[in-house]
Design a protein around this ligand. Sequence first.
Ligand code: ADP
Length: 267
Amino acid sequence: MFVFIILFSGENNMLVVDHVTKKYGKNIACNDVSFVLDPGSLSVLLGPNGAGKSTIMKSIIGFLKYSGSITVNGIPNKTSEARRVLGYIPEMPSLYPTLTVVEHMEFIARAYKMTDYKGRIDELLERFELADKKKKFGDELSKGMQQKLNLCIGLLPDPDILLLDEPLLGLDPHAIKELKKMIEEMRQAGKTMLVSTHIIDSVDMLWDQAIIMQGGTVKARVTKNEIEGRNISLEDLFFEVTEGLSKEDLSEDEPEQTASPEKEAGV
Ligand code: ADP
């Protein structure tokens, strides 16, 4: 097993998670977690269920008490300055049964003191096929529609740093395609993003850094360039790190014929 280490590059880091530990009673949900999100980068946070992905995201956004430090451009994450640039889309939607779809959006727009938000609301509802559900109440929406509204609410304020916790869960194929397109657009616009998933197959978008967690700790951090240099897929790395399987173990069903150039080269 190997672990890539990315050294902190010092100043000008958008978000720094530094030795964060979160305990629930005796259960250590995150244990000494450190990583950096560089400005304008897309990082994927991978790990099986219970790895600590949601806990670290909730810590970054400032919902939890923890030991260690989290800063945004050097400013502690729980300050109002940091909160202004941080956005979070939770895994589970929490909607108001007595507000309609459009009222949810307007509520968020006002909370973020947005001006001129009507066009953006319409665009988001259109993109996620909720435009004809504007007048439906939160509890009248199907589970998938609730997930889409949850996304629209999180995307509306257009924060500089966006944390997306398992954002593809419960979405239909159109919404998955649209969300991936939006993530790419936000990346091009220079946003910093952290996207968690336990479904390794879903990571087919462009990413800059992958952080693999298991049992509350960071098992590996790797950049796209490093992984390409090693001629290994992210999926292979994931199983190597989380299950101790080598690339050869993973392809053991394939008949062993003549030695491949990669094997000869010891890759
Ligand atoms: P993931 O998002 O990777 O699935 P979580 O961060 O949700 O993992 O959970 C990490 C660990 O913390 C798990 O063991 C989970 O049971 C525990 N945990 C999460 N939330 C709570 C909570 N509110 N109270 C007690 N334990 C929790």
